[in-house]
Design a protein around this ligand. Structure first.
Ligand SMILES: *Cc1c(COP(=O)(O)O)cnc(C)c1O
Length: 370
């Protein structure tokens, strides 16, 4: 029995002494927030690292989502996935937009583009897909449908930091993409988020929106909010960028070791490898099928007893929460694949600091049950 608690993720932290010089600069300058030096440097560094042109950083991913919906003037109904973190749909309700859930694809766990057209009504204004676990959505098919019906596309790319397809960053698709830098994500600034814009005008409007709508000292051009990232978060993000490639390489090794050890295990299904040219291995989901000796929930509890804190991401589905369950699109008959996956899914611990011994312990524990 391993006495250490192995959580599904452990936030990546750089050596503390590397952060102290950043703090000293902030103390010296007395500039704490409102687009300071580190904020600007971080936005530039992120653009360079991710290979995109325009980024606005935010205090968290949820405020980035709320603001992106405002920036695109989205209203009415938005087609989205029930298989995500609850903030995806909450950002719609907070904007008085009705979510319309459609079922997911069994291999990618992303919303199934083949089901979008049937869900479009005269009220539909946008599609909000999620690159679930960093798996790229079928971006060309989604864009084709959006163009045909005149809809906006807003990607919740909270899981997709650093993910690339053959043409470059996955974040360049759609009208806007949002990122989360929450402590549990692949790249973290404690809390944080960002919106990726296609052009400078859109970024400018988003920057107004995240600062109450101020265009200058006395001019308020929009109904903005306070979504600003402060200097400590921004400085931390700058430092994290120096370590991210190493973190991604370690995640990749852990992913490969799990795949090798668990493939072919009776009753456990691995998802097909990410179709991205460059993935980020942010999650390691497995499906616990009926052929496994324990149900998914009992495996989850058994692992917990052995100090392995796997997580049932995403269960329950968003469509099962009280504020959504009454919607016609939330009925389980409309979402059979999502319900089936939510019953079977279990995400195993994956993070750069997960040692070989600890991973072996997780693998041997699962194998001994099988
Ligand atoms: C984490 C997450 C969010 C919210 O991001 P925060 O930074 O925690 O506000 C939104 N959508 C998805 C899919 C997420 O995983």
């Amino acid at each position: 029995m391993n006495m250490k608690s192995l959580y599904v993720t452990q936030p990546d932290l750089p050596p503390l002494e590397e952060f102290l010089p950043f703090l000293e600069k902030i103390w010296e300058s007395k500039r704490l927030t409102n687009s300071g030096t580190f904020h600007k440097e971080f936005e530039t560094a992120l653009c360079n690292y991710l290979g995109v042109e325009h980024i606005s950083v935010f205090v968290n991913g949820t405020l980035a989502l709320l603001t992106a919906l405002q920036a695109l003037h989205i209203s009415g109904e938005v087609i989205t996935t029930p298989y995500s973190f609850v903030a995806t749909a909450h950002s719609l309700l907070w904007n008085a937009i009705n979510p319309v859930f459609i079922d997911i694809d069994r291999d990618t766990l992303n919303l199934d583009p083949a089901r979008i057209e049937a869900a479009i009504t005269p009220e539909t204004t946008a599609i909000m897909p999620v690159h679930c676990y960093g798996n790229p959505c079928d971006v060309s098919e989604i864009q084709r449908i959006a163009d045909t019906y005149g809809l906006k596309v807003l990607y919740d790319a909270a899981h997709a930091f650093g993910v690339e397809d053959a043409g470059g960053s996955i974040l360049r698709h759609g009208d806007l993409s949002i990122l989360s830098f929450h402590a549990t994500k692949v790249f973290n600034t404690f809390e944080g988020g960002a919106i990726v814009s296609p052009d400078a005008e859109t970024k400018k409007r988003i920057d107004y929106l995240k600062n109450f709508g101020f265009a200058d000292e006395t001019t308020v051009v929009a109904l903005g909010i306070n979504g600003k990232m402060n200097e400590i978060q921004s400085a931390f993000g700058l430092l994290q960028l120096k370590h991210i490639d190493n973190a991604l390489a370690l995640r990749k090794q852990i992913d490969s070791a799990y795949r090798k050890a668990l493939s072919g295990l009776a009753g456990i299904t691995l998802l097909p490898p990410n179709s991205a040219s460059k993935g980020n291995n942010g999650y390691f989901p497995i499906l616990v099928e009926t052929g496994f000796p324990l149900s998914r929930d009992n495996l989850y509890l058994e692992l917990k007893r052995k100090n392995i804190f796997a997580r049932r991401y995403f269960y329950p589905l968003i469509s099962e929460f009280p504020m959504y369950q009454g919607l016609p699109s939330a009925q389980s008959t409309n979402l059979p694949v999502a319900h089936d996956i939510a019953k079977k899914i279990l995400c195993l611990p994956i993070y750069p600091a997960l040692s070989n011994e600890d991973q072996d312990y997780i693998i041997s524990t699962i194998k001994s049950i099988a």
